[in-house]
Design a protein around this ligand. Sequence first.
Ligand SMILES: *Cc1c(COP(=O)(O)O)cnc(C)c1O
Length: 403
Amino acid sequence: MTEPRTPRPADLCVEPAFLPPLTTRPLASPIYLSSVYACDDTVQADRILGGQEPGYVYARDGHPNAALLADRCRRLHGAGAAWVCSSGMSALSAVLLARCTPQDTVLASTRLYGKSLALLDREFSRLGGKCLTVDLHDEGAYVAALAARPKLVVLETITNPLLRVADLERIAELAHAAGAEVVVDNTFAGPTLVRPLERGADFVLESITKIMNGHSDVVLGMVAAKSADLPRLGAVISTWGLAAAPFDCWLALRGLGTLALRADESARQALAAAELLAGSPVCEAVHYPGLPGHPDHEIARRLLDGTPPTGPFPAGAMVTFTLRGGTPAAEAFIRGSDIPFCPSLADLGTTLSHPATTSHRALSPADQASQGIFGGTIRLSVGIESTTHTATRLTAGLTAIQS
Ligand SMILES: *Cc1c(COP(=O)(O)O)cnc(C)c1O
């Protein structure tokens, strides 16, 4: 058998697609879709897989797009280390699996995102762990709960849907005195409003799906740690299969480019929307931490760097309000305003959600009411449209109720 002078198409077409060496660097990052990387020899493979040499072998363990996004998240949060995961939920799973054993107790805020509570309570308990919940605005109850010696205290900086703001520094101080680590879900605030690791948290996680990416085209999460020395987190992400895909990481890095612009503008628009709604006779209540009437207004000013020193200030893109007239009023508002009804948040455009039938549907009407959620409650995620456009749509929604 002689070697053919030119390879057959069948052989040529399956040759590895190694890039030619580049003499200049692309300014926009390439997308490394490769699931696997070719090693020079066994020595190199051994050193990379053993962690003695940087490099990539298998994409579930790491790839350039995840590394680039994770490093940007690390710097955004002033963290020692950060990792990207396939979703916000997998970021919380990663912290739980890396830090807890089946003997451990976690103490969670009663106001946590529903799926997070389901993970800590229903799923973690199946592995033998225990989850207690507490109202973190009740310091006596919180101190009493810390007597159970939890391994982790899990909370959100701004909660859904009433936008309660945690007194993070105080909560962390008490947790640390009791030997617990503090895990903060910062999804609603984002790193431009608050960097929880600088306020006492040991871990911060975010659903990149929301304001970090900001374009509703990616599901992704991140976790960042104060400590630079937590090798178990990376191992957990690879072994439990929580890794993020290259294209999603690439999209999220692109979305992050405008994070500060989007976050500032949508918060400015949200304050204007909250003020408009607060002036309407059909609104029974408006919840916005930047408004002086909000129960956590002063905590928000401290935590979210509110300026000026007194009065209203932009405190994030979420505004929740309760209409007089219950669910029929909410339905009239949704139809009249023509704002998309989407049970997620932080798109470029304004969207709204109805907590009673979406995020909080698992709660009984009595439990919903005890959390301040009624048929007439709507949560707005304010986007970056002009103030007049938003005001026109809100007014159309309010008018639709009255007519
Ligand atoms: C959306 C969300 C999550 C979960 O993130 P996914 O990316 O959907 O898995 C967790 N916490 C909060 C506060 C969220 O809004």
